[in-house]
Design a protein. Sequence first.
Length: 265
Amino acid sequence: MQTIITASETSNISTRDRGLNYGDGFFTTAMVTDGQVEHWAYHKARLIECAQRLGFPALEFNALESHITQLIASHPQAVLKVVVTRGEGGRGYAPPSECNLNIIVSVLPYPKHYNSLPDTGISLAISPIKLAVQPHLAGLKTLNRLEQVLIKNALQAQHSDDALVLDYNNNVIETSAANIFAIKNNKVFSPRLDECGIKGVFLQSLCDKLTVEFKTVSVDDLTQADAVFLCNSLMKIVPVKSIGEHCFDIVHSQSLLNELLAKEA
């Protein structure tokens, strides 16, 4: 069973909910344009994968999609967030044998400053917080986001727009809230996400348009690249203007990307 709750009704969530107590759940955040969810097929696939890998019962998408359609119908531009928890029950950490899932659906204002990012670019510092390796959770957008909270907290003292996040082997994984990819010699590469990090919906959609090689990436690989970009469902694609003291010409970066997109179209 599942219960769908809009954000204004969250008082119906029990203090015993496993999402609140253990982070036992997952979520996705999507762009809404003219009453439609962008890349919904990918967001749906993410929710299905999270449910399967975390041992949740299958979601009833007919009811969920109908609920979402009604909520976003009048929104020309907004952010949709869908949070799924395992609900109540179980003994301690052990999940209940039968779950009544809670699905919390929110429609939030779109962050308007994202509109200017493709023109201004983003500066990156290297985060002092590194990601732990956990292949069982790698790629998933679970409710356990304390690493990202620590990364954002540390970023306040770093005087950059975002932070480049490494794992404990000093491999580049992502930024605080976006995937990263780069162009070198007209080839696109992006960090492997099989041990930690989040497999972003927008990056997956980009793989339909570009040939992307997923590999182990170092900071030097990025600073020696011809262009570096961030991407997620809300900001889309944004050029990186600097990583630490190393700077990129973002006009040139955009030109390289546009040429590759036109070539593979």
